[in-house]
Design a protein. Structure first.
Length: 479
């Protein structure tokens, strides 16, 4: 494989309209805060939704799957449209789509309507690559690294803020669905404040959006995810025609997608880049860490909210207490994202990828053995969060630096796409495990559903750590 770096030098920026640095940074942070709030607000509410919307815990995993799969469809198209028509212009429409989905979520009184809102909210995955396009158009590579670090920290800060806000509302407001309005407020504020502040990018590389490629990729992933998520359920036995049809059909459609991408001049994902060792390594690590981080988005909050009196396991926390119990993981993730540039500079990108994956593996394995008491549980999830933060920053930075300057948002979009693909597959696997461990007519699964999920995540993270050892620095940076 070819490891030659493909980062192109930045073109002259003298023609760009000067914009105060503070205005750009405030805008980047505010948009990513709203993204984090949109992704984090549901955690403390999930246990209560089983009663309000009449669903079981296994079915709740469809929230993550619907959201992440829609992100798979939105990310490459929004990224490419940003390169073609201006990152600020597309970001405004992007915020409007997410706001529409947030309004649907706020109005939800049925599980179907909640899922529809989550599908539109999945467009938040376009925020990061579009903001990266704006950032790199006006900053040096070093400044871009610091800017990305702030954006990741704001994203996770938003996760914490959304979690606590919804927990507070659920604790003190009698209406059980009141907290569903939290993301609508956050995204509406971000749209209103950033509209006049963000600068537009003036470079237009030309080309067109690959609608066919996006459609094929989405169909293939939906089929595979449906097969994994439903596999083993009544009527969906692993050897049934429906399950095998989804899995095999999805893989075939994905293969057709690869062939189509090789023949188009403006692909959703330039699969030719995967001829390079480092691109492959970063992609695999991105898939492994995202499948574990996002795959447990439903499982962990529900475990915290479940009481031993009703299920024989769990920590029995209230919605507000659940929100605070999720914070150590999120704050550790922020810390990991902020220190990642320093760690990479002193140790190397390879060691940073390895350390992040190993921390996630160790943390999930520790949760497997220490989930019966609150303090050990919180300490273990903080270790997972620290590893996730290192990987959030490292994989995003390496993905952006691996593409030519006129495709910066596409490079970031590829990484966002892989994060959502990994998350979708992880959530589908967790759904399958939970469905197999849930007795018919009950909303809560057996405790083995959680222990199996944590064990799987530990194994997958360890695999990511081993793969990260194959990463090689560019020749000029080698030891």
């Amino acid at each position: 494989m070819n490891d030659t770096p493909i980062l192109a030098p930045s073109p002259a920026r003298s023609a760009l309209r000067p914009t105060p640095v503070a205005a750009v940074i405030v805008s980047l942070v505010l948009v990513e805060l709203s993204s984090g709030i949109t992704q984090g607000f549901l955690g403390p509410l999930l246990k209560g939704l089983t009663t309000t919307l009449h669903v079981n815990v296994a079915q709740l995993n469809w929230i993550s799957i619907a959201n992440l799969l829609s992100s798979v469809a939105f990310t490459p198209i929004l990224s490419r449209l940003g390169d073609l028509h201006g990152h600020r212009r597309v970001l405004r429409w992007n915020l409007a789509i997410v706001l529409t989905g947030s309004l649907l979520v706020g109005l939800s009184r049925s599980f179907g309507m909640l899922l529809a809102g989550q599908v539109l909210q999945g467009a938040f995955a376009g925020f990061f690559p579009l903001l990266v396009g704006i950032l790199r158009n006006r900053r040096t590579a070093d400044e871009s690294r610091r800017g990305i670090s702030f954006m990741v920290a704001a994203l996770v800060g938003g996760l914490a803020l959304g979690t606590v806000s919804s927990g507070l509302i659920a604790e003190y407001v009698a209406v059980p669905t009141a907290a569903l309005w939290v993301p609508a407020v956050a995204v509406g504020l971000a749209l209103a404040v950033t509209w006049p502040l963000l600068p537009e990018t003036e470079e237009r590389p030309g080309g067109s959006a690959d609608w066919l490629g996006a459609g094929l990729l989405c169909v293939g992933l939906v089929a595979v995810t449906l097969g994994l998520g439903q596999g083993g359920a009544p009527g969906w036995e692993w050897n049934s025609a429906k399950t095998l049809g989804c899995l095999v059909g999805g893989l075939l459609v994905t293969a057709v997608w690869v062939l189509a991408e090789l023949r188009t001049s403006a692909p959703v994902m330039d699969v030719r880049l995967f001829r390079r060792r480092n691109v492959v390594v970063v992609a695999i690590v991105t898939l492994t860490f995202s499948s574990c981080m996002l795959g447990l988005l439903v499982a962990n909050p529900v475990f915290l909210s479940t009481s031993r009196a009703e299920a024989g396991y769990g920590l029995g926390l209230t919605p507000l207490a659940t929100a605070f119990a999720l914070l150590p993981n999120m704050l550790a993730l922020v810390l990991g994202a902020l220190v990642a540039p320093v760690v990479a500079a002193r140790l190397s990108d390879r060691r940073t990828l390895f350390a992040g994956s190993l921390l996630m593996a160790a943390g999930n394995l520790a949760v497997y053995f220490s989930h019966s008491s609150l303090v050990p549980y919180l300490a273990c999830t903080a270790v997972v969060g620290l590893g996730s933060g290192l990987l959030q920053h490292s994989t995003r930075t390496l993905a952006v630096e691996a593409v030519p300057h006129d495709q910066t948002s596409v490079g970031s979009g590829i990484n966002e796409l892989l994060i959502n693909v990994g998350g979708s597959l992880g959530a589908a696997v967790v759904l399958s495990v939970f469905a197999a461990e849930t007795v018919a007519g009950r909303s809560l699964p057996a405790v083995t559903a959680y222990t199996h999920a944590w064990a799987i995540c530990a194994a997958v993270s360890l695999a990511g750590a081993l793969v990260s050892l194959l990463y090689r620095r560019p020749v000029k940076e080698a030891l």
